[in-house]
Design a protein around this ligand. Structure first.
Ligand SMILES: [Zn+2]
Length: 425
C-alpha cells in the first residue's frame, strides 16, 4: 500500500509504503513523480490519496469503560459528582441485558476505531451487586473484534477490604479467570486505602498480571494512595506493569510534595494516565470560585521521567455525559487544561498510550508497525483543533476505517466564500 502525499507532524510531505503490516519506505513525495514504473523502484499495488491530510502514529485509548459507554441517555446523575455517578451506574446495571451491553460496547468500539484508536484498554466493573458479567461478555467481544482493534480488559474490583471485601475479591478472581488482563480497583474510595493497595498488589502478583488502578479522584490534597502504591510496588519488587490512573490529588499538592511522589512513581516504573474530560466534569463541583481543574501534576510527573498518557475515561455515561470518544478531544484538553505543547499532547494519546498498553512504538519511519491515522489538516495543531471527522485509520497495514466528509456552505455571490468551501472538500 502506498500512502501519498502524506503530511507528517514535522511538516515533511512524503510517500509512505506499507508491506506486511510494517512501514517499509518513507521518501519525499516529490521523488515519486521522478520514478518511472519501469524503474521498479517503487511498485505501487494500492495507492491511498492523502492530499490535505496529516499522517500520524495511531492513537490508543489507555482508559475507557465500555460497559458504561453510551448509557447517558437513560441514566441521569443529578448530583453531577463522582458519588452520584457511582450510585447512578449501580442503578443502571440492574437494567442492563447482555444484548444491551453488547450493542453499546460495539457501537462505542466502532466509533473509537473510526476516530483513530487501534487499541483500547477498558476497565469493567466486577463487584457485589454487579457481578462479573461485563468481563465475561467483553472477553468474548475482544475475541470477535481482534482483527479490528486490540482490547485489554482491566477487572475493576469493588472494595477489596471491608465491608464486602471477601466477596469482591472472589469476583475479581472470577474475572481474571474469565479473561481479564489486569487487576483494577479504587483504593482511595475504600475505608482503608493502604490495605486495599496491598491486597490488590498481592492478587496481581499471585496471578502474574499487571495492574491499572483508579488511584484517586479527589481534590483532597491529603490523599496519598499514589505514594502508597509506588512504595508498595518498589518494596515488593512487583514485576508486572503498573498504571496509575487519575491521580487527581497529586495536582493539588505543593511542588516539593509533587516532586517527591513523582520520583517515587518513576522509581517504581509506574505509568500515569491523566483523564482530563471526566476530571474536568466531576471534580471541584463544591468550589464556588477559582475551581481547580482536577488534573494530576502532569509537569512534575514528566519532569521525573514518568510515562504520562492521556485518555478519555467515560464515553457518555453518568461520569461524563460529554465523552466524545475522540483522541483529538483529549489531546486538545491536554493543551488547554493540561498546558502541554501540541506535540507532547499528541504523544500522550499515541506514543504514551501505546507504552502504557505495552504495544510497540510507532513512528512514520521504515521498520515500524503500520498503525496509523490520517486526518484532515495541514499541521498537527490544525488536526487536533479541527478534529475533523475525515479520517482514515490503518491498523497492521490494513485500512480499518475510512470516514469522508463533504461540506456545503451556500456561497451565494461571495467569491471568497466559494473558494473556502471548495478548499475543504
Ligand atoms: Zn475510569
Amino acid at each position: 500500500m502506498l500512502l501519498t502525499p502524506a503530511r507528517l507532524a514535522d511538516g515533511r510531505l512524503v510517500d509512505v509504503v506499507i508491506d506486511g503490516g510494517v512501514i517499509t519506505d518513507v521518501r519525499a513525495a516529490e521523488a515519486r513523480s521522478a520514478v518511472r514504473p519501469s524503474d521498479g523502484a517503487m511498485p505501487v499495488p494500492v495507492a491511498l490519496d492523502l492530499a490535505g491530510m496529516m499522517l500520524l502514529p495511531a492513537p490508543a485509548e489507555p482508559h475507557a469503560h465500555l460497559d458504561k459507554a453510551l448509557v447517558a441517555n437513560r441514566v441521569s446523575n443529578p448530583a453531577e459528582d463522582l458519588a452520584g455517578a457511582i450510585d447512578a451506574i449501580i442503578q443502571a446495571y440492574a437494567t442492563m441485558t447482555d444484548d444491551d451491553l453488547t450493542t453499546r460496547s460495539l457501537n462505542a468500539i466502532a466509533t473509537a476505531v473510526a476516530r483513530g484508536f487501534t487499541a483500547i484498554r477498558t476497565h469493567l466493573d466486577c463487584r457485589v451487586g454487579i457481578g462479573s458479567r461485563s468481563v465475561r461478555r467483553l472477553a468474548e467481544i475482544k475475541h470477535e473484534v481482534r482483527d479490528l482493534v486490540d482490547i485489554q480488559i482491566v477487572a475493576l474490583a469493588g472494595h477489596v477490604t471491608d465491608p464486602d471485601g471477601a466477596d469482591n475479591r472472589l469476583l475479581l478472581l472470577e474475572s481474571l479467570a474469565a479473561g481479564a488482563d489486569l487487576v483494577g480497583g479504587t483504593p482511595s474510595l475504600e475505608p482503608r486505602p493502604t490495605a486495599a493497595v496491598a491486597e490488590l498488589v498481592a492478587i496481581a502478583a499471585d496471578h502474574g498480571v499487571g495492574m491499572d488502578l483508579h488511584v484517586d479522584e479527589t481534590i483532597d490534597s491529603t490523599a496519598t494512595a499514589l505514594r502508597t502504591l509506588a512504595e508498595r510496588v518498589t518494596a515488593t519488587g512487583f514485576p508486572y506493569p503498573v498504571t496509575a490512573s487519575h491521580c487527581v490529588s497529586l495536582g493539588m499538592q505543593d511542588p516539593d510534595e509533587q516532586r517527591r511522589t513523582a520520583e517515587a512513581v518513576a522509581a517504581a516504573g509506574i505509568s500515569v494516565v491523566t483523564l482530563p474530560q471526566t476530571n474536568l466534569y466531576l471534580q471541584a463541583r463544591e468550589w464556588e470560585c477559582a475551581k481547580p481543574r482536577g488534573l494530576t501534576a502532569i509537569g512534575a510527573l514528566r519532569a521525573a521521567g514518568v510515562t504520562v498518557a492521556g485518555g478519555s475515561d467515560n464515553w457518555r455515561d453518568p461520569f461524563n455525559p460529554m465523552g466524545r470518544i475522540d483522541p483529538m478531544e483529549t489531546a486538545s484538553l491536554l493543551v488547554t487544561a493540561g498546558h502541554l505543547l501540541v506535540s507532547d499532547a499528541y504523544d500522550a494519546v499515541s506514543a504514551g498510550s501505546r507504552a502504557v498498553l505495552g504495544l510497540p512504538e510507532v513512528r512514520v519511519a521504515p521498520g515500524y508497525p503500520a498503525d496509523l491515522l490520517a486526518i484532515r489538516g495541514v499541521s498537527l495543531a490544525d488536526a487536533i483543533a479541527d478534529a475533523s471527522e475525515q479520517r482514515i485509520v490503518i491498523r497492521a497495514g490494513r485500512v480499518v476505517a475510512d470516514t469522508r466528509v463533504t461540506r456545503d456552505v451556500d456561497p451565494r455571490d461571495h467569491v471568497a466564500l466559494r473558494r473556502a468551501t471548495a478548499s475543504v472538500r
